[in-house]
Design a protein around this ligand. Sequence first.
Ligand code: URA
Length: 230
Amino acid sequence: MKLSRMVSNQNGVSRKRANALIATGRVSVNGKVCRNTQHDVSEFCAVTADGDVIQQARPSRYIMLNKPAGYLSATVDDIHPTVLKLIDPALHEDLHIGGRLDRASTGLLILTNDGNWSRRLTEPEIKIPKVYRVTTENPITADTHQRFSDGIWFEYEQLTTSPAQIEVLDEREARITIYEGRYHQVKRMFHAVGNRVTSLHRERMGRIQLDDELTAGEHRPLTAEEIASV
Ligand code: URA
């Protein structure tokens, strides 16, 4: 929401009056004077006018989990344990997952209560790189690099995946970078070239790297730098 609208709504003043308050330096966002009427403010911002609270900041939470296999990337499920089982219950409220992993997949999973932030992390149009380490059933063929970089046609979605990079590490092992997060994307890409993924581990999303201090099942809050990188 624009700052002008928030001040006007919450303070019960006209838009014109709100703009005047902002322009004359009487409104602060997160403790700093903000004179930009079009500044975007979310529920996570503290807003005051002349020192009076217009909006109290809702605490935001950003969590990195090293997901073990066997846990569902969901917040509720009747059959399988969900990743929330691994997170301190005091942190659960309004958490959602920023980029799911399949139940058998492991590695970097991010949970947050900040929807705008997680959208930036996952929206295919924003093209944040997601890096996975995969092992495959069959040897990785010489044409895989070209096929992934040309993009793979996904019949169900009627689209071609964005060019992806593959770094072959061994006969059946590779690091792959994709820029979307379509359903079972990596598995479907390998399937399209006649192979099968037997294990998949996410190492990185954008500039957020899975912390190697976290053993499977452990989590920690993201640092301010990691949050700001998205
Ligand atoms: N691609 C997949 O196929 N599975 C995942 O869990 C993530 C990306």
